[in-house]
Write a protein that binds this ligand. Structure first.
Ligand SMILES: *Cc1c(COP(=O)(O)O)cnc(C)c1O
Ligand code: SF4
Length: 364
């Protein structure tokens, strides 16, 4: 067994293994874990400083998970957009392919809380073969995103097999991996894994840091190995109440990500996932965070703030009100300091062309 597998095996899965140390009665939380699994790696546990700190909130079950009456089990309508099990085809040219049902940690705010780590999510040789077949027979798919669960929990050979099969499909141009392993089990990023990944370029990896305290020397080393293998690294952060709903925290997170060669990609407004209502913030707070980043720190560190539309509409970007007025003649803009600027507009190309024709005919 590899070291990372031993670490994973030493993860705690019951509230009684952690909350008594912090003076919290674990018994009421058993009802939560009966519905939504718990798993915290020893590494991620070591980042907890106190009850309800940002690390704790992401990892330790909360009784509020069972009191959510607002949200939905599958808010993004993924099941209805799955032509075959575990493959979501929402956009014209790319698919989300769920190749592992397990995660190194079960994040309390997870969008696929309804199924990851539970019995309802079945990933096996057959579902993987069906997904590969679907991709093979749909030439419009040029981008495949491996997700789960966490694809990097697959054994090296299994992952290699899937990547090799995808690479054999001529129309698959790029492959992306979505993984929280660099954050919750960085020891998984072994030399052996790197050897597998680097065979399958162009390969991108998006990871999922939510708080600056998650960027440790160990996590940095995992990211350095991936980046050194030529894998462009991106980050998807979920805006979470009590975790990162603070412009200063978010700025520090983005800056620290850039310092470990991870480029902020998306900042997600929390999905309306049943059991996660207590994590949601208002959209106004999200916009305020974006406003506090843009212009105030490196543009490289400003992710796109999006809402993944309930009902499967896809990601919709949101921007603060930089564009104050879009007129035919004048565009009125607000900069990052709130100062107004005017830009002289030009007519749309079609209108310009029509005008030119009129001018030409006048000249004859
Ligand atoms: C997020 C997502 C993608 C990828 O979207 P990008 O904007 O290209 O990163 C693809 N399919 C599904 C179902 C998604 O949720
Ligand atoms: S790692 Fe991702 S898929 Fe797994 S529980 Fe966390 S958010 Fe959900």
């Amino acid at each position: 067994m590899e070291t990372w597998q031993k670490i994973l095996q030493a993860s705690i899965t019951r509230p009684a293994q952690i909350t008594p140390r912090f003076g919290i009665d674990p018994v009421p939380l058993d009802a939560v874990t009966a519905q939504y699994p718990m798993r915290i790696t020893p590494y991620y546990q070591s980042l907890i400083r106190e009850v309800n700190d940002p690390i704790w909130r992401q990892a330790v079950p909360d009784a509020l998970e069972l009191r959510d009456s607002v949200c939905f089990t599958d808010p993004l309508d993924e099941e209805n957009q799955s032509p075959v099990p575990n493959l979501v085809h929402r956009y014209p040219d790319r698919v989300l392919f769920l190749v592992c049902a397990e995660c190194a940690m079960y994040c309390r705010f997870c969008t696929r809380k309804r199924k990851v780590g539970g019995e309802s999510m079945v990933v096996n040789g057959d579902t993987i073969a069906q997904g590969l077949d679907y991709i093979r027979t749909h030439p419009e798919i040029r981008d495949v995103i491996l997700s789960g669960g966490d694809p990097l929990l697959l054994a090296d050979e299994k992952l290699d097999g899937i990547l090799t099969a995808l690479r054999a499909i001529p129309h698959v141009e790029i492959i992306r991996i979505g993984s929280r392993v660099p954050v919750v089990l960085p020891q998984r990023v072994t030399i052996g894994l790197i050897r597998v990944l680097r065979k399958h370029h162009p390969l991108y990896l998006n990871t999922h840091f939510n708080h600056p305290d998650e960027i440790t020397a160990t996590a940095a080393k995992a990211c350095a190995r991936l980046a050194d293998a030529g894998i462009p690294l991106g980050n998807q952060t979920v805006l979470l109440r009590g975790v990162n709903d603070d412009p200063a925290v978010m700025k520090r997170l983005m800056q620290k990500l850039l310092a470990i060669r991870v480029r902020p990609y998306y900042l997600y407004q929390a999905d309306m996932v049943q059991g996660t209502d207590h994590f949601r913030t208002s959209v106004a707070e999200g916009l305020e965070i974006v406003r506090a980043l843009r212009g105030h720190t490196s543009g490289l560190g400003v992710p796109a703030y999006v809402i993944d539309a309930p009902g499967g509409g896809g990601k919709i970007p949101l921007l603060p009100d930089y564009l104050q007025q879009l007129g035919d003649d004048e565009v009125l803009l607000k900069n990052y300091r709130g100062e107004l600027y005017s830009y002289r507009n030009v007519p749309p190309a079609a209108a310009a062309e029509a005008e030119r024709q009129v001018a030409n005919s006048d000249g004859k």
